[in-house]
Design a protein around this ligand. Structure first.
Ligand SMILES: *Cc1c(COP(=O)(O)O)cnc(C)c1O
Length: 351
């Protein structure tokens, strides 16, 4: 493997949003998906402590074999309500939800239409389903429509709603319209939208995660009852894995309760996104070569900013980038400081 492609684990200590300590150096973190800063919220921490004291640390079984606590059921009811869906089902992570939903619902004889920049877990789910996969150009609805026109049923359109490495948004209204016109199922991965963007109305299977803006871990699928029933019967990543522990489920319940009664973190997040001049909390700075992205990231670290470099195969060849994410924990001064550094010659000229 090329050295500039080698991935390394970096160990963080003392997270105190928006600061972290890495290699003994305290830096301002612009890499976390904890958009609302909920991972350190006292209400979530207290909920996990209470649940652990009451239920213990583990569930001791898969959801179908003794692992379903009343907490799981409460969370599923709450999510269904929050999403305006008939039913919801909790999965152990967004990755497991995506592979489980695609492989559990889509048949070998079906056709999948996938945005070319979909998250890896949707790519893997499509492979596991063994259906025929058609990839359309990123966000290109004309291309998608042309492909849909030439394919018999059964069809499924599958897309991220906020793209994880680009921060751009899928054209949801058009997607709903095309799904309706061509009688395709619509599967939306809202991992980065959950708790950040408002709900959209329309017939779709919506997958979201608790691990980003909601500050903890796990994922959900919200859909019609019939779909949820099918997943319970056939989704292998749901069936063959131990149910999430009570502490995690309690944190998720607390996060949903918190965001439904207090939108101050959400408001601050959006002030920050607008202050930057962005349309979502994810901002890519595409520099091209792997080496250039790594050097820029290292230079920023030296001056106190943690902004991760993202390289292929996570992003397409020749589009290595810094991926910075804005959170409610940043102040406008933090943002100004980073913007100023990024526009200064000395940072770029070292690349
Ligand atoms: C993060 C992410 C996932 C995976 O979610 P986890 O809960 O971290 O496993 C799935 N899809 C998208 C678009 C993501 O960004």
């Amino acid at each position: 493997m090329l050295t500039q492609r080698l991935r390394k684990l970096q160990t963080i200590s003392e997270p105190q949003r928006p600061y972290i300590t890495l290699n003994g150096k305290r830096v301002l973190d612009f890499s976390s998906n904890d958009y609302l800063g909920l991972s350190q919220h006292p209400a979530l921490i207290e909920a996990t402590q209470k649940a652990t004291a009451q239920y213990g640390t583990g569930t001791g079984g898969s959801r179908l074999i003794g692992g379903t606590l009343d907490l799981h059921t409460q969370l599923e009811e709450k999510i269904a309500q929050f999403k305006g869906a008939e039913k919801a089902l909790v999965f152990n992570s967004g990755y497991q939800a995506n592979i489980g939903v695609l492989a559990g619902l889509i048949k070998k004889t079906d056709h999948i239409f996938a945005d070319r920049l979909n998250h890896a877990s949707l790519v893997d789910g499509a492979i596991l389903s063994r259906a025929t996969v058609h990839r359309y150009r990123h966000l290109d609805m004309d291309h998608l429509e042309a492909l849909l026109q030439h394919t018999p049923r059964k069809k499924w359109i599958v897309t991220d709603t906020v793209f994880s490495m680009d921060g751009d948004l899928a054209p949801l209204r058009k997607l709903y319209e095309l799904a309706d016109r061509y009688e395709a199922g619509l599967i939306l991965d809202e991992a980065h939208a959950t708790g950040v963007f408002p709900e959209t109305a329309g017939e779709a299977i919506k997958i979201g995660t608790f691990s980003k803006a909601l500050g903890s871990f796990g994922a959900y699928v919200a859909a019609r009852e019939e779909i949820i029933q099918t997943l319970i019967q056939s989704s292998r990543s749901f069936i063959y894995s131990t149910a999430l522990p009570p502490a995690v489920i309690a944190a998720n319940l607390a996060a949903l309760e918190l965001i439904s009664k207090d939108n101050s973190a959400h408001q601050t997040l959006w002030q920050n996104i607008r202050h930057w001049g962005a349309h979502s909390p994810i901002i890519p700075i595409v520099v091209g070569e792997d080496h250039a992205a790594l050097t820029l990231s290292q230079n920023l670290f030296e001056v106190g900013f943690f902004v991760h470099a993202i390289r292929p195969p996570t992003v397409p060849e020749g589009t290595a980038r810094l991926r910075l994410s804005i959170s409610a924990c940043h102040s406008s001064q933090h943002l100004d400081d980073l913007q100023q550094i990024l526009s200064s010659r000395s940072i770029i000229s070292c690349v």
